[in-house]
Design a protein around this ligand. Structure first.
Ligand SMILES: [Zn+2]
Length: 484
């Protein structure tokens, strides 16, 4: 009789797909333990700038160190400081005038934030700049002006913050967005009132703000402009017959958060790296004191991704050394708008052109075993063929549609892809839209995304194996060369 071991070896030779049936090298229990720490109430929902951040950073760096990674944030440090500023409206006066006569404007239809605690304009000229597309702004001088910009722009146009930044560069003293009607106005004012956090390094106009659509249309009309005309391709920004005296008070709270970064040096001295990243932050204490459960623990979003990041690092470090370096980064302030990743993109700890690829890991503990492999960002990088081949070699089915791309702009990888580092998010959690949408409609961003829910980690364990194999290939110059 053939021994069990021999039988198994023989079967593996005959049926390579049977590989997936062998016990997973990545332990579900180990991932569960990380999540149980990171999503515990003691970590208070991992909000940047809180004691929850300190605990989270220490935990991740501690794991990195135990695994044998080196600190890689620069100067022998694990932590890359990320300067953040939280701004909350604290009151305003706004006087609009046309031909010397005051123009009535309901103060409930506008919200403001100042860059500093108090910002003012005195009889500033008001311009209607429409969608402020780059080709429309050529040669426009907005020195000291209040610029009214449409928040929405045609598909494919630069995002709002890019267009607003161009107005700041053109000299605007205030940039005020006329909102579309797709977001209810109370939702806009609500988000301002809760406070807005941005990178401390952002270039921004002294005053920024938003205006309800109807009120904006009336104001532009009073000044002799027409909001509808801005949709025309040949639109040019127009000075309105309007001035604005604004006096804006803002609570400004600068603070520092951190990305945490470790390196596993490759065997090849290639000067090139592959980056794995996942955001460590979540929403903190997110309900009022009266609530029964006040903490948004973020067990799935994204303690699960950090657990996977750590276990990938451990498995790769325990195996044969890859040729290129591997970097492992926990990013901060993803929930505030991908800010930690954005800061890393602008202040990378290795030259960006030496990062040959990156894999982002977010919200991975929702799918069971056996889901096909989807790519968030399919078609946006040259990595698809390698991802698909790696998945198939592990016996996984591949989901080749682009449904998951609905999430591509909602994750850190997007920032890196735009900065020129091809980045994908890969796995079974984004293949089955029913599972994903049930999570998003359910506990997502609520106190319910916590340890009281059963953690589904079987799919995550499979995805971990896949991301290890994928990272190894990306780190091998014979398997993968970046397009330059
Ligand atoms: Zn989130």
């Amino acid at each position: 009789m053939i021994s069990k071991v021999w039988l198994r070896a023989a079967l593996l030779l005959l049926f390579p797909a049977a590989l997936s049936a062998q016990p997973l090298a990545v332990s579900v229990e180990q991932m569960r333990r990380h999540i149980e720490v990171l999503a515990s109430d003691a970590f208070e929902g991992r909000e940047p700038g809180t004691e929850g951040e300190n605990k989270t950073l220490r935990y991740i760096a501690g794991q990195f160190q135990e695994i044998g990674l080196e600190p890689a944030a620069g100067d022998g440090d694990w932590y890359q400081p990320v300067p953040l500023v939280e701004r909350t409206p604290f009151g305003h006066l706004a006087l609009w005038a046309s031909k010397g006569a005051p123009v009535e404007f309901d103060r409930k239809d506008i919200v403001f934030l100042g860059t500093e605690a108090r910002e003012t304009t005195n009889d500033a000229p008001v311009w209607f700049v429409g969608q402020a597309l780059p080709e429309q702004l050529a040669g426009v001088n907005l020195d000291g002006a209040v610029a009214l910009i449409l928040y929405d722009a045609p598909e494919g146009a630069p995002g709002y913050s890019k267009r607003a930044e161009a107005l700041t560069k053109a000299g605007a003293a205030a940039v005020i967005a006329i909102m579309g009607d797709d977001i209810p106005w109370p939702a806009v004012t609500g988000s301002y009132k809760r406070g807005q956090t941005k990178l401390g390094t952002d270039s921004r106009a002294p005053i920024t703000g938003a205006m309800a659509l109807g009120a904006g249309e009336r104001l532009v009309r009073t000044g002799g402009g027409d909001v509808a005309s801005a949709r025309a391709i040949a639109f040019r920004p127009v000075p309105l017959d309007l001035t604005a005296s604004l006096d804006v008070s803002t609570q400004v709270r600068p603070y520092t958060s951190h990305n945490v970064i470790g390196r596993l040096s490759g065997s090849g001295e290639t000067g090139e790296s592959v980056l794995y990243l996942g955001h460590w932050d979540h929403l903190g204490i997110c309900r009022p004191e009266s609530a029964k459960d006040r903490i948004c623990n973020g067990a799935v979003d994204n303690a699960s991704g950090i657990a996977m990041l750590i276990e990938i690092a451990r498995a790769v470090a325990d195996g044969p050394r890859p040729v290129r370096d591997l970097l492992f980064m926990g990013t901060t302030a993803e929930e505030m708008g991908l800010l930690g990743a954005e800061y890393f993109g602008a202040h990378p700890t290795v030259p960006l052109e030496t990062l040959v690829a990156a894999i982002n890991i977010d919200t991975v503990a929702i799918a069971g075993a056996g889901e096909p492999v989807a790519i968030v960002g399919r078609g946006t990088t040259p990595l698809d063929p390698l991802v698909d081949a790696t998945a198939r070699a592990l016996g996984r089915a591949v989901d080749t549609d682009t449904e998951a791309n609905a999430f591509v702009q909602r994750q850190d990888g997007w920032v890196l892809t735009r900065a020129g580092v091809p980045t994908v998010m890969v796995g079974g959690s984004f293949a089955n839209m029913k599972i994903l949408e049930d999570f998003l409609r359910g506990p997502y961003h609520k106190p319910g995304d916590d340890l009281d829910r059963p953690l589904v980690l079987e799919g995550a364990a499979e995805d971990t194996e896949l991301l290890i194999a994928l990272g190894r290939k990306l780190a091998d110059p014979e398997e993968y060369q970046p397009r330059r």
